[in-house]
Design a binder for this molecule. Sequence first.
Ligand code: URA
Length: 244
Amino acid sequence: MERLQKVIAQAGVASRRKAEELISQGRVQVNGQTVREQGVKVSPNDKIEVDGIPLDKEQPVYYLFYKPTGVISSVKDDKGRKVVTDFFPNVEARIFPVGRLDYETSGALLLTNDGDLANKLMHPRYKIDKHYVAKIKGLITKEEVRKLARGIELEDGKTAPAIVKIESVDRKKGTSVISLTIHEGRNRQVRRMFEALGYEVQKLKRERYGFLDLKSMSPGDYRELKPYEVKQLKVAPLNGNSVT
Ligand code: URA
């Protein structure tokens, strides 16, 4: 017997948290009966439906996507803007992004229908390194780089220590390129870290997600993860070092 929300997540319909919401909203039926309470256990013989559609067990799939700028990290958008799944027209599995990159941020984004792994990777306990390169307006100082590395006070608390490096400074144009490796995944974190120092981010790219980089990929490309890569993501240690 498995918990209902886990079975829904494993079927690739939604993350486990989202599955709990679907249950509370009365959108899930077990053997024809609507179930609203959490924690109900089901067996493989139970007939589960979400919005009246039977749960068929999809094979888990895992993709690394090079998200271009100007794309929403979502599976649909009310305003009709481009979403990440528009780049997967031939993938029938119900994939969704693992976390998000801002509309204007490009770079490495995982998509999967494996709600369990997605939940795990998004959980703050799993300290997956994310490597960003930011181009900012202004000439950053070494002291400011040290501040970014030690942690910056933001409205939702101080950021965890990060690896921060000045890649280049263009004195003529008055811009700096800085790389940062962080393991937190707060909303607009990198942009807010620079804003806290008074800098505007002109360009932001996530070059690596854990051990996954964008080698030989162009914006809009995706590739399926190799089985050993999936395995490596699944064994990402708790509270430990990142998977790099
Ligand atoms: N930090 C940001 O500010 N934006 C992103 O998209 C990712 C990290």
